[in-house]
Design a protein around this ligand. Sequence first.
Ligand code: ZN
Length: 242
Amino acid sequence: MRIGIFSDVHGNLEALLVVLAGLEAEKVERRACLGDLVGYGPDPGACMDLIRQRADVVLAGNHDHAVLGLTDISLFNPYARTAVLWTRSQLTPAETSYLAGLPVSCSWEGLCLAHSSPCEPAMWHYVFSLEEAETNFHCFREPICFVGHSHSPAFFVQEEPGRVVCRQATRLDIEKGKRYLINVGSVGQPRDGDPRAGYLIYDTDAARIELKRVAYDVAATQAKMARAGLPRFLIERLAVGH
Ligand code: ZN
């Protein structure tokens, strides 16, 4: 089976459409969205509706919770806070209640899924270092856990208990006896220096994971953000992927 996994769409409809087209072309049978459907971009409702229709499982992220008033936005930077408040004003009651029903982590198709990390998933911890990854391997039982949240793709491999390494690659062969903690990157606001929309394909028969990047019309999203009055910093960062 081919599974498509994507995260951190952040209301960027142009990026989401190219990712969904990519998943179609890749003939995936199941799709998972790991949260942050909304929260920076100009099309929160349209993105949410599409994700709801096309994904088999959908998680909520910290920006979704911020829009719902479940996370303290005084800890957000001022740009993110402005975008959260704007997004909150755009959603219909039905969209708000859909967001409120989403879990922050789950077990699905024998995989662990979480927006931020498998340890305390509603505390929104980041997994950047080997030490953080090592801690998180204790918080799930499945062989593979997929996360989003940092907007930077990453492969952490537990070669054996107590030995975790980070692999720099776009492809990873899944080996029996090893465990994996994988960040799928971001659809709508990548921060690894590559502005293209990111997603991931897991082919369970081939036991292979592949990170994908696809270009989208960044200028169209930026123009919509400018019309909506969203912060210039958020508009400009889309072009550089930071
Ligand atoms: Zn995010």
